[in-house]
Ligand binder design. Sequence first.
Ligand SMILES: [Zn+2]
Ligand SMILES: [Zn+2]
Length: 254
Amino acid sequence: MEMTKRQTAFRADYRTRIAGAYNGPFHVAVICAIGLATIWTCAQRIHGPTWLDWLVIPVTVVGANLFEWATHRYVMHRPVKGLMSVYRRHTLAHHQFFTEREPTIDSLRDFRIVFFPPYAQIAILMMILPAAAILFLAGAQNACWLLLCTAAGLYLNYELFHFCCHVKDDRLVRHIPLVNTIRRHHIAHHNQSIMMDTNMNLTYPFADWLFGTSDLDRGALGHLFNGYDGRFVKTNLKQARSTLDDPTAGRVRA
Ligand SMILES: [Zn+2]
Ligand SMILES: [Zn+2]
């Protein structure tokens, strides 16, 4: 599918506004360094965790999935006072740069529109700190460090999976379970007529399945391992404007 004039123009303009000194691989290196340093520092403090401590991991995974869904739906797609920059960056830039017609990057400089700025990573880790502090003060030190490790790991997971949604060549990612699922799921989300309410997860489409905001009509496991399968795409999705001229909406190009 060819890009619309509007998308072509947006891309050209956006690229002229990326700072000359911007370096895509360096951006990714900073994100990895912050994430891995957090995991490394916290992991060293874990000593003989009990099963109750380990339970922090699944609880954090589910909590993060709901958080990712809610933040995407209610902050990244709605202008919220005080968080306008998030809305602008996502709805008014990311969604104009990538559409279901052309959802992929052309160069390393396009990393600028794919990965979050590192301050978002720091802000999210800061948001976990109060919960970690409560665990620590309650004497559950291992649980505290496990919480921080899991949160930092899930953030890297998010960035990696989202990147896999927007890479040009999918020869590899189309065969990786879970990654192929989120690529189809997220590219469908980039269809501007359904983006406000559909496919809000970026890692695993669990909350979308749970709250019925997925474009698929199938069970939880089927959702997680759907891959590129287009057979279960709903045909009655609520659309903001007609996409009758676009019969491939919701499907990744074969
Ligand atoms: Zn995206
Ligand atoms: Zn979005």
